[in-house]
Write a protein that binds this ligand. Structure first.
Ligand SMILES: Nc1ncnc2c1ncn2[C@@H]1O[C@H](COP(=O)(O)OP(=O)(O)OP(=O)(O)O)[C@@H](O)[C@H]1O
Ligand SMILES: [Mg+2]
Length: 457
């Protein structure tokens, strides 16, 4: 019979848990605080520990940290009243098996216990947490990522799990779902956090420029290369390189990238010196790479090298329970930036926002709040100040009169700018409406010097 130790200062909770677990055949021992619990870990050698997070004296994380000093394999499940990103990641980094929120769902608890006990039998892979260095955790202390829904919590847990080794991570999600933010979290919550994070937007550069950006070049290797230049892989050192919009790289560059991943070394463009590659590669895409593989536009072998670990960010419409917290977060952030003090949320606002389908996801929500803050004349975020964009990917009604143009280019510039503005500068959406690729769109934005204007009243 497996022995479970429960540590909780709440006697009632202790009793309920004990009854639930005894009924399904576990032997349960209990302690009312962390210190007493640790003594029982030594004397009673339980097979699993369940500990509350908030207790007078030692808290659950401290109990976990103490246990990990001498026992790497003992599964620990943390219980908490408040879920937050930092706590979830910390507990998983410290080697908690899982993190459950109160009120505890008995079924979930039982399943988690079974999984934990099985995992001990199957492997002792928890060894990695031994060398964990607590000081890095301050890097993620400013909790900028909002997400309390189950889907987001699972993502945070997974980030905790991968943060102690340098597996390559592929982040997939629609535009505006927070891929870049997640890439930063992966970097700063892990063993790479004291090392550089280098970001490359693959869609912004032509093939030749991208290669020289990534690998560097030596003087004279092509026109305009007047001195040696280090590439992003070199600059990332032992940290992370974030290749954003990875679907946009050419097949040629894909071959070169694959080679770097396989051989863990590369040369600068035009150079001979072999440089070791030690960085973790984080990639992001809002296009379906498997479809691109079928179409022959993306290499399957590269895909498997990049997606050692995948994070799928759900669209905002599938996690509407995060909307309220996101609104509060954006009010804080944007009030500060625009020197406003919209601190209250008007009646029906959250419901109205929840009813919208957010094709531009969190970015669209942020822009909507920004517009509303700018428009507001009081300290309340009012329904009347919120403009929702209901056009989606469907045809856009052109409301404005078209001015008189002399050249086709003028007309093109005007048209692109108008569509960008209509969809809040959501480039994916714009390229779909205009029926051009994103690199083409980016090139045109650059060519016409298009910039986004934020009107302040
Ligand atoms: N969970 C979140 N909490 C707080 N802010 C968020 C969250 N997710 C996204 N944001 C904000 O939304 C905006 C868009 O996020 P981000 O740039 O990471 O999206 P993306 O998926 O990379 O979009 P794209 O595919 O268009 O590049 C940013 O301003 C980011 O700070
Ligand atoms: Mg992005």
């Amino acid at each position: 019979m497996e022995k479970i130790l429960i540590i909780d200062d709440d006697k009632l909770n202790l009793k309920v848990l004990k009854e639930t677990l005894s009924r399904v055949g576990y032997r349960v021992i209990e302690a009312e605080n962390g210190e007493a619990g640790l003594l029982l870990v030594h004397s009673e050698l339980p097979d699993l520990v369940i500990t509350d997070f908030q207790m007078p004296g030692m808290d659950g994380l401290e109990v976990l940290a103490e246990i990990r000093k001498f026992n790497m394999g003992l599964p620990v499940i943390l219980l908490t009243g408040y879920g937050d990103v930092v706590l979830t990641i910390k507990s998983i980094q410290l080697g908690a098996f899982d993190f459950l929120e109160k009120p505890i769902d008995p079924f979930q608890l039982k399943t988690t216990i079974q999984l934990a006990l099985n995992s001990v039998k199957v492997s002792n892979s928890l060894n990695e947490v031994l060398h964990h260095d607590m000081s890095r955790e301050s890097m993620i202390e400013n909790n900028i990522l909002v997400g309390k829904t189950q889907q987001m919590k699972e993502i945070f847990k997974n980030i905790g799990r991968i943060s102690l080794n340098k597996v390559n991570v592929l982040i997939q999600g629609e535009t505006g779902t927070g891929k870049e933010l997640i890439a930063r979290l992966v970097h700063y919550s892990g063993i790479t956090s004291n090392q550089p994070l280098v970001i490359v937007n693959c869609s912004a550069l032509t093939e030749t420029l991208l290669e020289s950006e990534l690998f560097g070049h030596v003087k004279g290797s092509f026109t305009g290369s007047i001195r040696d230049k280090k590439g992003k892989f070199e600059l990332a050192g032992e940290g992370s390189i974030f290749l954003d919009e990875i679907s946009e790289i050419s097949l040629n560059t894909q071959v070169k990238l694959l080679r770097v991943i396989q051989e863990l070394e590369f040369e600068r463009v035009g150079g001979e010196e072999v440089i070791p590659m030690k960085a973790r590669i984080i990639t992001a895409t809002n296009r379906n790479l498997e479809t691109l593989i079928k179409e022959g536009k993306f290499r399957e072998d590269l895909y498997y090298r990049l997606k050692v670990f995948t994070i799928d960010l759900p669209p905002l419409r599938d996690r509407k329970d995060d909307i309220r917290d996101l609104v509060i977060h954006f009010l804080h952030k944007l009030n500060k930036r625009f020197n406003k003090s919209v601190v209250k949320i008007g009646e029906g606002v959250v419901e109205m926002l929840k009813a919208h389908d957010w094709h531009g996801n969190v970015r669209e929500l942020e822009n909507t709040i920004l517009q509303a803050i700018v428009m507001s004349k009081s300290d309340v975020l009012e329904r009347d100040n919120i403009t929702l964009n209901n056009m989606g990917t469907r045809a856009i009604q052109l409301k404005q009169e078209i001015p008189q143009f002399r050249t086709l280019a003028d007309m093109e510039k005007f048209h692109i700018k108008r569509i960008l503005d209509e969809v809040n500068w959501n480039k994916l959406e714009t390229s779909k409406i205009l029926d051009i690729t994103r690199p083409t769109l980016n090139a045109k934005i650059e060519k016409y010097n298009l910039v986004r204007e934020i009107e302040l009243v």
